[in-house]
Design a protein around this ligand. Sequence first.
Ligand SMILES: Nc1ncnc2c1ncn2[C@@H]1O[C@H](COP(=O)(O)OP(=O)(O)O)[C@@H](O)[C@H]1O
Ligand SMILES: [Mg+2]
Length: 461
Amino acid sequence: MRNRLVVAIVGVVALVLAVHDIPISNYLEGVERDRLATRLERDAFIIAGRAEESLEDGVAASDTGIAAMVDRYAVEEQLRVVIVDDAGEGVAGSEPGTIGQDFGNRDEIAEALTSGNPNTGERFSNTLGEDLYFVTVPVLSGDDVVGAVRISAPERVVSDRVANRQRGLLGVALISLAIAAAVAWLLARSITRPLRRLEATTAELAGGDLTARADIDDGPAEIRSLAGSVNSMASRLGQLVARQREFAGTASHQLRTPLTALRLRLEQLQREPDGGGADRGEVVDAAIAETDRLRRMIEGLLLLSRAEDTAVGPTTVDLAAIVRDRAEYWRALADEQRVTIDSTTPAVASVLAVPGAVEQIIDNLVDNALEVSPAGTQLIIGVTAVAPRIELHVVDQGPGLSEAEREHAFDRFWRGEQAEPGGSGLGLAIVRQLAEAGGGSAELRAAPSGGIDAVVSFVPA
Ligand SMILES: Nc1ncnc2c1ncn2[C@@H]1O[C@H](COP(=O)(O)OP(=O)(O)O)[C@@H](O)[C@H]1O
Ligand SMILES: [Mg+2]
């Protein structure tokens, strides 16, 4: 990603430079040619002015200072100077053999001699075998043309000068590109470095180290917020794993007790197949009771782990209808205990709950209540709206629990001192878990009647 970002930024800068510099380069070429033309024309006029006197007198060039002047001038660069008289015959020049040579057949010289006007241009020189750039000016004495001066240079001298300027321009462009690349690299690094670190943290997390945390003060706001999310995900995972571990630990510990009891009974039967002193039937019954307890614990654990799986979201259910149905179901058993079950519900009470949760909740609460209800007492199952929630109440007239016990009652495997043998201690834990899975909550309160008022509050649908 870093490299791609750098390439993109440098590419854009290069494009901008190209769009900007190509017209400038063309413009520079024009300017450079104009400048050279102007300079050569000026020089030619100066030389023409100096040569005027000699030419009008017809004095041989070599006798005057013209030759020396021309030599001095042409030392510079690769300029060639030719001075001709009014007949087009060379009188002085920077090249040997100029004197006496006939230049009248050169277009530019003929033109200057006949029209008396300066001219500038390019042509192929047969003598030199290359393109020639030239400036020709007439030498005037009053109105008479007494000769002409031509300064010429190979075309490549001109293009070299232009290329020089263009190289300068290119140099500036390259420096701009280098700066752009450096800035892009720094920018890209400021983005990718925190991303890399974040990636390293997630790799550590994926590798199983749930204590790994990302730096939330590093990089741009979006990455910091991503780091924050990764961290909260990591802590949540850590908590979940710790809870699962603790759960598995307690569960296996708790399962060991009924298993040990079961083994003791079986060993007793093995030692004394006829039951020994004790009644053989009693030993077998006790063993069966232990297997029942084991079964209930395992069922409870399965239920708890299923309730923790929030893949199934809450749906709308009618709490009132379910209460009426379950009250009917429990009434037969309650009758045997001479306990009356009364349910008070509105016609409909729509709440959010995980499918099957409300039935489980009521069954667990009524099971607990019946366990402690003395004969001749009443058990009330009620549904009331307590804004913004809808509450389920299961009220018994049993012995109740102290405040500390009411809080502990929801702990997994916690059982009261007076609890009948055979329970798993998981019932209320399941109730709370199922209530919370639907967005609700569960608690035990002291009922005015002295017993327990088990309350589960639901989110209305
Ligand atoms: N209505 C109640 N009245 C008195 N004690 C209760 C009541 N409900 C629950 N308890 C106490 O809370 C403990 C935990 O209940 P629960 O989680 O359902 O497990 P279990 O019923 O298997 O013992 C019970 O053992 C009991 O001591
Ligand atoms: Mg119970």
